[in-house]
Design a protein around this ligand. Structure first.
Ligand SMILES: [Zn+2]
Length: 69
């Protein structure tokens, strides 16, 4: 038996009153873009002033195969 089946509508809605999503805490990155706090920047790939994600565009598979020939 599911929790939902043991409750009336009022109890169900009261429980769900806490289920709303809140907006994430946005901060401005050192590159100028807004990002989520405590997350690496999706624009420049930095976290705490250090580059943690390589954001340079990678060559496609076809390009690499053609370059070797
Ligand atoms: Zn950034």
């Amino acid at each position: 038996m599911v929790v939902r089946m043991r409750h009336n509508r009022s109890q169900t809605r009261s429980r769900r009153s806490h289920h709303a999503l809140k907006a994430g805490a946005l901060v401005v990155c050192e590159c100028g873009a807004s990002r989520l706090s405590h997350r690496a920047c999706p624009t420049c790939g930095r976290y705490r002033g250090r580059v943690v994600i390589d954001m340079t565009p990678k060559a496609k598979k076809g390009d690499k195969a053609q370059a070797q020939k």
